[in-house]
Design a protein around this ligand. Structure first.
Ligand code: GLN
Length: 278
């Protein structure tokens, strides 16, 4: 039987709704666009297309993977973040819209020459900043060699590889020198919260990137210990936090005495970023 994309999308959406509920309609559209090789915002005008049996089989395979809670980005291999598409695999944290608030804040402010991203993962923060600041050079560190490989591929595809140094390091351990801007989205989920996470996240994203264990604050403590040494005079630092961690993280950085520490909200109105001004 010859089927249109629209017919196949409808039955895929129905199957997916039964498995994952709310996001099914949107996810099924993304998977159909992926099957057809068109951007998701072009899908509507492509829906009258006839699908080959191979395309039907491919689409159904992706629907079954999504129904089993595989993240969309692991199926399509990419995630849109800020102004670019990033390659994403199970080796890196899936870039999240909340993190765009960090990029937006970091881009405001005086001219700078150097940026450091601690725990760069896919590179989404560092590479977004470098793309928007063509004079700036950046360093991204990660403790995961596999993550750094993905970040390197993203640096290439976004066209900033010549200005990005990607380095294996446990936070600051392998670094020297000072940076005008230091950013990080460290693992901050508490051990207790991990069990309550959606299976899409808990069972598919790198454990190391999600949680440091315990109270979720140990990465901030480690970073705070050495921040004064690595932040240039008049430098600025921005850290993503969990929505209930504002007061505690503010206190951790305030105790360093580097300078004023402020908390900023994301678009959803949740406390999301802690900023430190040297
Ligand atoms: N910097 C990357 C991001 O924000 C990875 C962060 C992480 O692995 N905790 O997505």
């Amino acid at each position: 039987m010859i089927q249109t994309a629209s017919m196949v999308l409808r039955s895929g959406t129905k199957l997916l709704t039964a498995a994952i509920g709310d996001s099914a309609a949107r996810d099924a559209r993304i998977l159909m666009a992926h099957t057809l090789g068109v951007p998701t915002d072009r899908l509507t005008v492509e829906l009258s297309r006839m699908l080959t049996p191979q395309q039907v089989a491919q689409f159904e395979h992706t629907i079954h993977r999504r129904a089993a809670h595989t993240p969309i980005s692991h199926i399509t291999g990419k995630r849109a973040f800020w102004k670019h598409e990033f390659r994403v695999t199970p080796d890196v944290l899936d870039p999240r819209p909340e993190t765009e608030t960090l990029v937006e804040l970091a881009l405001q402010g005086p001219k700078l020459n150097t940026v450091l991203d601690l725990g760069t993962g896919s590179g989404c923060i560092l590479l977004s900043l470098l793309a928007d600041l063509p004079e700036v050079r950046g360093t991204g560190t990660d403790i995961s060699e596999a993550a750094l490989k993905i970040a390197a591929q993203n640096a290439d595809s976004i066209g900033v590889a010549d200005r990005a140094t990607l380095q294996i390091s446990n936070w600051f351990s392998a670094l020297s020198g000072q940076f005008d801007l230091i950013v990080s989205n460290p693992p901050y989920i508490t051990e207790a919260e991990m069990t309550a996470l959606a299976p899409d996240v808990r069972d598919h994203e790198p454990h190391l990137a999600l949680t440091p264990g315990g109270d979720g604050l140990s990465a901030y403590r480690t970073i705070a210990r050495d921040l004064a040494k690595f932040l240039a005079p008049q430098g600025r630092a921005f850290f993503e936090i969990g929505k209930d961690q504002g007061p505690e993280v503010q206190e951790i950085f305030a105790a360093t005495g580097i300078g004023p520490v402020t908390v900023h909200a994301d678009l959803g109105g949740h406390a999301r970023i802690v900023a430190v001004n040297a």
